[in-house]
Design a protein. Structure first.
Length: 327
């Protein structure tokens, strides 16, 4: 097995800022997690509290993106106030532009474009916001139809960033995640694989990319999991009648271990040895503490067999995700 081209820190849980850098997100019940005010100052203070808490709990990986509102700026300000030994490993992403103008009910929250012009602009914005380069810079939601994996000028520019010391990755989304990752694994620039990491949606409801993620691990890529609790569908907030049977199974396993649904969902991810990092999308102290309990749970073969009943067809999963409301 080749050595990992990017080494991620332990523990294998990081903090994602998708729900902390802007006032609205698609997690179930997200609006109830936010401070009484959702202006920029209140959100900055809340994000910094969560970053402090994550650090105190041992978390050393933080994930941001240009489209997460002011997440990079919030993170950059937090990093600037810490001593050198207090620096986390930072991942960020380019390819979506935030367009909601700090409104929860905006008609369009983000616009995707994987052009060289957007890469150049957003790389400069990332450098400014973070006061320097991230450790990992990823194409945000690369897909086959976006053409980014065939865009030579983009790939060559990413190779330049790689050669200057920033690891390069991609995130995947949609029912064709596996095909996208397979295509990305074949991309080489100057005789060397371009991508050091993949960040994919992988969870108890939608595990279809699992085999390909394991292949990426064997090829030397770092594997990062996003949406491990399926935007809240694998938490106590899911009271959808359509999911009642699945939640009963999840509750039974959680009850045997004395933890919450989300801890079991994260423990299931951590049971895959090729998963290097699971992102917590926690927006509150209680959520983060509950997520971290996943590190303590050891699922039995009977648990794992039972949890297999939660899988739903990928097309159904992604259609449901696409219908989640910003709140």
């Amino acid at each position: 097995m080749p050595n990992k081209r990017l080494t991620l820190p332990h523990p294998r849980i990081g903090l994602g800022l998708a729900a902390l850098g802007r006032p609205g997100y698609i997690n179930l019940g997200h609006g109830a997690d936010m401070p009484g005010r959702r202006d920029v100052d209140a959100m900055r203070a809340h994000c910094h509290r969560m970053l402090d808490l994550a650090w105190e709990q041992g978390i050393r990986y933080v994930d941001a993106a240009r489209s997460y509102g002011r997440a990079e700026a919030f993170l950059g300000a937090w990093l600037a106030g810490r001593p050198p030994e207090g620096r986390s490993v930072i991942g960020s992403k380019w390819g979506y532009t935030y367009t909601a103008d700090w409104q929860v009910d905006a008609e369009v929250h983000e616009v995707k474009e994987h052009s060289r012009e957007v890469l150049d602009r957003q790389w400069g914005e990332t450098l400014e916001a973070l006061n320097g380069p991230p450790d990992l810079y990823q194409i945000h939601s690369a897909t086959l139809d976006s053409g980014v994996l065939e865009n030579v000028t983009v790939l060559e520019r990413l190779a330049e960033l790689r050669d200057a010391g920033t690891a390069i990755g991609l995130t995947t989304s949609g029912p064709r995640q596996a095909e996208t990752l397979e295509r990305a694994m074949a991309v080489e620039i100057d005789g060397w694989p371009l991508f050091d990491a993949v960040q994919a949606t992988f969870n108890l409801l939608e595990p279809s990319i699992g085999t390909t993620l394991e292949e990426a691990d064997r090829a030397g890529m770092a594997v990062i999991v996003k949406e491990g609790v399926a935007n809240g569908r694998l938490t106590a907030r899911n009271d959808r009648p359509e999911d009642a049977g699945r939640m009963a199974v999840l509750d039974a396993v959680a009850g045997r271990h004395g933890v919450t649904r989300d801890a079991v969902a994260i423990a299931w991810l951590l049971a895959h040895p090729w998963v290097d990092m699971v992102l917590s999308g926690a927006a509150t102290e209680a959520q983060l503490s509950a997520n971290l309990r996943g590190l303590e749970v050891s699922l039995s073969p009977a648990d794992l067999e039972a949890l297999g009943a939660l899988i739903e067809p990928a097309e159904v999963y992604w259609r449901t995700r696409g219908g989640l409301a910003w709140n």
